[in-house]
Design a protein around this ligand. Structure first.
Ligand code: ASP
Length: 426
């Protein structure tokens, strides 16, 4: 048994096949869901198990990888340049994504006239699915909350709730301190690096059942949608909105990010996308960039050839705060709602949407439909009634999958771009 385990990580020959198995699983699951929705729904338990096992890895992996990334640097002060590069990358790509969303939604104007008064009334009446936490949403308050999100007064409960930011902050400080303590802490530093290696082997093992897990996840959710007739709704009522967000996500994933990757690394962007495809498909299946994190890290290093140091540092933080797809969606959805309600937004309001969508995406957790909840911030900021989130509710579960894949691709590209700024990257 043990021999098998330690062998696993080195065998990368099956990696290509695995991608096709996962892709096949997604396609098969959609077909089964459309034809036999009731049967498809019965796979829910398998999906839930896969999701739980992925999530189980997240907290130890984030702590071990961030710490071992810093230990690998040898000295916390060397983090300055890559740290700055990572933050610059996160902010630039998120803002670009928001701009793409704003331009497309302003040109296509999917909201205008798509929703009649009757539907609006119905939505107001039946809403309740979203518990919109109303509150002041001025930029100052949002910033304050974002800063507070980085700190916890209880590390154990932060770990219990998978709040990754405080864990990352702790890991950076703790590992930074270890690097200054020399031989006295040799056993601890070695142990952290070894735990990190062991966790990666664990993930490789997990990936062997990924096609099965992915099949169950997709079949169950799509089956449920089919049984409830949500697919038809997607096509009719919110088709233009849906297409606008998809077009924006595609522009970001197939144009903006590839261009950035090529300019900074001269890598072939589409080859890189293929190398990351297991992570992208897992993101699509789980709708959670946090659950996908183990796969993203494994793919970036083992398939994308990104240095472990850069991956360890850029991807966990990115999974938490760098959400290009979510930012693009938040901006587009807010303007769509404004258009549907007949609100004309001026330049100042558009700017407010851009800023708050960026902040809302940073604040969104990497879990399914987190973006829908933080969108309250954007709507509040421009004075749009929060209950009209109901307008986009029916398709959110599906859009969530695409934006999560874009979020994960953004993090992967980030690890390759920021790699260049590490002092002595191999
Ligand atoms: N589900 C997304 C993620 O995990 C967040 C969101 O946009 O809802 O990346």
């Amino acid at each position: 048994m043990t021999d098998n385990l330690s062998d696993t990580p080195r065998k990368s020959s099956g990696a290509g096949h695995l991608t096709f198995y996962i892709l096949g699983a997604v396609i098969a699951a959609v077909v089964v869901a459309l034809l036999f929705p009731e049967v498809a729904m019965s796979f829910e338990i398998g999906g839930e198990i896969f999701l739980r096992v992925l999530f189980m890895m997240v907290v130890p992996l984030v702590m071990a990888s961030v710490m071992s990334g810093i230990i690998g640097l040898g000295d916390i002060r060397k983090l300055g340049r890559p740290g700055g590069a990572a933050i610059l990358y996160y902010v630039t790509t998120t803002v670009l994504a928001v701009l793409v969303g704003l331009v497309l939604v302003s040109l296509i104007r999917p909201g205008v006239g798509t929703v009649d008064q009757q539907t609006l009334d119905a939505i107001t009446a039946e809403q309740g699915a979203v518990s919109a936490e109303q509150g002041e949403a001025d930029v100052g308050t949002i910033m304050r909350n974002l800063v507070l999100m980085m700190f916890t007064d209880n590390l154990i409960s932060a770990a219990g709730e998978a709040q990754l930011l405080p864990l990352i902050v702790f890991s950076i400080i703790f590992a930074g301190m270890l690097t200054t303590m020399g031989a006295r802490v040799k056993a601890i530093t070695e142990m952290i690096v070894q735990i990190n290696d062991a966790l990666l082997s664990f993930i490789l093992l997990l990936m062997k059942v990924a096609p099965l897990g992915v099949f169950c996840l997709v079949a169950a959710r799509f089956g449920e949608a089919q049984a409830e007739g949500e697919f038809l709704q997607v096509l009719s009522q919110t088709g233009w909105y849906f297409s606008t967000v998809i077009l924006g996500l595609a522009t970001h994933a197939f144009f903006t990010l590839p261009l950035i990757l090529w300019v900074f690394t001269r890598r072939n962007p589409f080859q890189f996308m293929f190398q990351m495809s297991q992570a992208l498909l897992t993101a699509f299946s789980t709708a959670s960039s946090t659950a996908t994190l183990p796969v993203t890290m494994e793919c970036a290093v083992a398939k994308g050839g990104v240095s472990k140091q850069s991956t360890d540092f850029v991807v966990p933080l990115g999974a938490t705060i760098n959400m290009d797809g979510t930012a693009l969606y938040e901006a587009t959805a807010a303007i769509f709602i404004a258009q549907a309600l007949g609100f004309e937004l001026g330049l100042l309001e558009l700017l407010t949407v851009a800023v708050t969508a960026t902040l809302a995406a940073i604040g969104a957790a990497g879990i399914p439909e987190a973006g829908l909840v933080t969108m309250v911030i954007v709507l509040n900021a421009v004075g749009l009634p929060v209950e009209y989130i109901g307008l986009i509710l029916s398709v959110d579960w599906l859009l969530d999958r695409f934006r999560t894949a874009v979020n994960v691709f953004g993090d992967s590209v980030g690890s390759a771009v920021v790699e260049k700024s590490f002092p002595e990257s191999a």
